[in-house]
Design a protein around this ligand. Sequence first.
Ligand code: IPD
Ligand code: CA
Ligand code: CA
Length: 265
Amino acid sequence: MNEIQSIRDVGIKATHVAADIIRHYFTHGVTMRSKESYNLVSDADVESEQAIVKTIRQSFPHHEILGEEGHHADISAEHLWVIDPLDGTNNFAHHIPHFAISVAYYYQGIPQIGIVYNPIRDDLYQAIKGQGATHNGKPISVGKQTRLDEVLIGVGFYYDRGSMMVATLEAIETLFGQNIHGIRRMGTASLDLCQVASGMFGAYFEYLLSPWDYAAGRLVVEEAGGRITTCDGRDVGLQKCSILASNTTLHEPMRTLCQTPFLKI
Ligand code: IPD
Ligand code: CA
Ligand code: CA
């Protein structure tokens, strides 16, 4: 087994350890707390992150780990993991079984492994750089549609309820003017990206995401033949930024329609 596969196996193991914790809380209940008024967190998020970090550190004690629930890292580190221990916490809190664990591994700033797992549906998306993307072991690829009036578009809203939300709603209205099949706000950015990768969405956009939201899903999109940039067409790094993912063909039309003054922030 080569080195990247053994790193991937540790990522998968960490994901499954976290999944057991999340499934337990989903079944037995958990107290939700607020980070800000509608940005929720629970013991499930925190314990899931601790379990992922512990599992990775058992095999790779010197790797850096950036996690949403308190693990800070030097993002220029040679070996870097970027994790969202529970993406879609709002769905989890309201008992909607659409959330995921997102685990990415970067080497010298380049994504090498992306794992996104819905522990309730037992849906595992994974990608290794240069080796394609799979869903439950089967290869996936983006849709072949060439026109916006042939696709569903995924969208997400940051926790902002002010002008960024208004800009998102305006973009949705503009997209409906293109006769898209519909808009979906599923509530889990990592899975939204996997839905572009597997051809369910022609494209997905959101005006502000954190690195742990997109680090794994971006590789799944790219390895499935899709394209990912910021909404104004810049390369995606590891900062908070807007995200536009598409089946590649629809990228430029989407970028034009998603322009907003917010992209300057
Ligand atoms: C959120 C989800 C949601 C997206 C938000 C994210 P969280 O992550 O991915 O779909 O719209 O911007 O913050 O808070 O559930 O981990
Ligand atoms: Ca998230
Ligand atoms: Ca989260």
